[in-house]
Design a protein. Structure first.
Length: 706
């Protein structure tokens, strides 16, 4: 809900401005080190036999093309980057096609065949961790050249680092060479000492958030079953015991490092037990084959042995297999393993201290998933709250897009005492009061806020954008986020939840959430009334039908996405807001009856559409929320609720100031006590007025919505 009169020429010239929301709303980059589990293709560019840039690798990847990933599709690190909205795929650092934006959002330095023991990489002609660190130093130099040393340091300190190594040390190096020099106890001491040195160097280079994966149950991968599992190809307990021994030692070292460096948020991530759980209980997760890989015979094929010649005997449905080749999991297994890791850490060894260690301002995916997985769906009657629409419900999304319609400056938010800026009022807005009433949270944050904490995501956000309208042209005029843009943001939000808890649980969560929509005012005040475009093609009746039909389509899309409790605000008595009094109320600045009649006409159409939707979707609660009459009542009977001024806003002169016109220069003329005013600026109510209106709406409609 927004009007600008004097600014409309400026807004008109901003048509076509970028409205794409910023990316990387959690942390700036994901940086990866290790072996083939997290190598997206670095080995494509070095001289080594440990390659997989050929068919059937990557068979289920987009386009069915091999990329150098040791799987049929995506790796765990790709899924991590995608879930956080950083990027869809985490690229290999050695890829010559990388652009600066690829570097800024993270890369993988991992190399298939590598290990903590330098000898491991030497045997495979892979990149040892020392080489990976050298590449990382080169990467830092490139970033410093691009964005400067200070910003590079800031990026590194806020980025997520992943380290996955150790499997090749046990499966290959120890059994082939090192056992002549070391028993397993001393060799695990050696590899852990190498790991410790690597992690300390990583800290010295600026890493502050690091997840260190354990070794998996290496004795249960198909190749080890074939080599050491006997005629029945059982899990090799010897290799599994070696992995357990190694894991106990590296876990201890990780704990010690976190104590040694208090600002080093380093966490041991157990992959051993989650993968073993899949292997022991395959049917529970939809798997049928655990002791063979999908590629070829599945007994020994890996890397060069898993090639085009094996296509004829390679399985047709990799989703039935835990392993893709004789050493690496399928994409489906990677997804499930991530969930298993989180469930275990949440329930047991991952203490709250360690959870906090993973996240400062930006959470890692483990914590993100953990909090979702521990949600009790049955308990969230209204524990998640979503808002979509215009400035009435926008807590600051416009701060993060290219639009002139902003209010992240004084005197806006004056009575919020330094908390989140971007609300079109002196304090809280209706979304905040609704969320507070139902005990969800005190303030509803904007979805685009890059500083969101986990609890913000878990309990709901607002996708609303000041100056948006049901009519797509309205949003375009102000470079705001249109309803379709907001739906795309909502879909991205849902995708994150689905990747964490699965489709069924996500549907339950969304269906129990409350969604509020406020839109339509800007369609009337800033589009139809102020500009000639729509009036050249529509009369009042036709335009009301058009906007109401857009509203209906928008609501249907929300229902399709699983939302079942939707409250839709009517248009307010738009002719009575101070700016419309100034523009259309004559010398006495009376309410503009023309604008009010347009609002009432739209409301009648909207109410009718909502009645139809309620019948079309009987399992949904879609409720029309009349805000027109309650606000008009406040305006007509101000003293009843302690108001003194109804025809002017508190900010500046109160007759036209809104958004950029209500700024620091107006502070001297701004009223001292906003509680005497119904309106804060020339278009938006004060916190006190919002509180009264919200209370009335809750009392009247709560039973119909819940």
């Amino acid at each position: 809900m927004f009007t600008l009169s004097l600014l409309i020429l400026i807004l008109f010239h901003t048509v076509g401005a970028a409205t794409t929301p910023p990316k990387n709303a959690t942390f700036p980059a994901i940086i990866v080190f290790g072996d083939s589990i997290v190598d997206p293709g670095n080995n494509n560019y070095i001289i080594t036999l440990a390659k997989c840039d050929f068919s059937p690798y990557g068979r289920d990847f987009e386009g069915g093309k091999p990329t150098g990933r040791f799987s049929n599709g995506k790796l765990a690190t790709d899924l991590l980057a995608e879930a956080y909205g950083v990027k869809e795929l985490l690229p290999a650092y050695l890829d010559p096609n990388l652009q600066i934006e690829d570097l800024l959002t993270g890369v993988s330095f991992a190399s298939g065949g590598s290990g903590y023991d330098p000898l491991t990489a030497k045997l495979e002609t892979a990149l040892p961790l020392s080489d990976q660190l050298d590449m990382f130093r080169s990467y830092l130099s490139k970033l410093k050249s691009a964005v400067g040393e200070e910003k590079t340091s800031a990026i590194m300190s806020k980025s997520l680092f992943i380290v996955f190594s150790g499997s090749n040390d046990i499966a290959q190096t120890y059994n082939l060479i090192r056992r002549a020099q070391y028993d397993i106890e001393s060799y695990t001491d050696l590899t852990v000492s190498f790991a410790l040195s690597f992690l300390q160097e990583l800290y010295g280079l600026g890493a502050r958030k690091v997840g260190v994966f354990s070794a998996p149950p290496i004795g249960c991968v198909p190749s080890q079953r074939t080599i050491r599992g006997g005629i029945e190809r059982k899990c090799s307990q010897k290799e599994n015991q070696a992995a357990i021994l190694f894991n106990s030692k590296i876990s201890s070292k990780v704990d010690a490092l976190s104590k040694q460096f208090p600002d080093f948020r380093i966490v041991y991530l157990d992959v051993f037990n989650p993968l073993l759980s899949l292997i022991k209980n395959p049917a529970r997760y939809g798997f049928e084959v655990v002791n063979k890989g999908c590629c070829g015979t599945g007994n020994i094929e890996v890397s060069l042995l898993c090639n085009r010649l094996e296509d004829a005997i390679t399985c047709t449905d990799a989703s039935k297999y835990i392993f893709w080749d004789s050493f690496h999991p399928t994409e489906k297994a990677y997804k499930i393993i991530a969930s298993q890791i989180v469930q275990k850490h949440t329930k047991g060894s991952f203490t709250s201290a360690k959870l906090n260690a993973v996240v400062d301002v930006e959470p890692t995916i483990s914590v993100f998933l953990a909090c979702f997985l521990t949600l009790d769906v049955e308990s969230i009657v209204i524990k998640i709250f979503y808002a979509l629409g215009d400035s009435i419900l926008d807590p600051g999304n416009n701060n993060y897009i290219a639009t002139i319609v902003k209010c992240n400056f004084s005197p806006y938010g004056r009575d919020l005492k330094g908390r989140r800026k971007g609300r079109f009022s002196n304090g809280k807005i209706p979304a905040d009061f609704v969320a507070e009433y139902y005990g969800v949270k005190e303030l509803v944050p904007p979805y685009l806020d890059p500083s969101l904490q986990l609890q913000d995501l878990l309990t709901g956000v607002s996708f609303a954008s000041g100056a948006s309208g049901y009519d797509p042209l309205t949003s375009k005029l102000a470079s705001a986020l249109s309803p379709s843009d907001q739906l795309e943001l909502f879909k991205g939000y849902i995708s994150k939840v689905k990747s964490a808890v699965g489709e069924e649980k996500t549907a339950a969560i969304v269906s129990k959430s409350l969604c509020l929509i406020s839109s339509g005012s800007d369609d009337i005040a800033n589009n139809y009334e102020l500009l000639p475009f729509r009036r050249a093609h529509y009369d009042d009746e036709a335009y009301a039908n058009l906007t109401a039909s857009y509203a209906s389509v928008f609501i249907k899309e929300l229902v399709k996405l699983g939302v079942r409790k939707i409250g839709v605000f009517s248009a307010p008595p738009i002719g009575c807001v101070p700016s419309q009094r100034t523009l259309g109320g004559g010398i006495d600045r009376e309410c503009s009856q023309k604008a009010n009649n347009l609002a009432k006409l739209f409301n009648s159409k909207l109410s009718s559409q909502i009645d139809g939707l309620s019948k079309e979707f009987p399992d949904s609660r879609i409720v029309y929320l009349d805000v027109y009459n309650p606000l008009l009542s406040l305006i007509k009977n101000p003293a009843k609720n302690g108001f003194e001024v109804v025809n002017k806003g508190c900010c500046g002169t109160g007759v036209i100031e809104v958004s950029v016109l209500c700024n620091k220069l107006e502070e001297a003329k701004t009223c001292k006590n906003a509680s005497n005013h119904i309106f804060w600026d020339s278009y938006h109510p004060t916190e006190k007025a919002y509180k009264i209106l919200t209370s009335q709406l809750i009392n009247k409609y709560s039973s119909r919505l819940l």
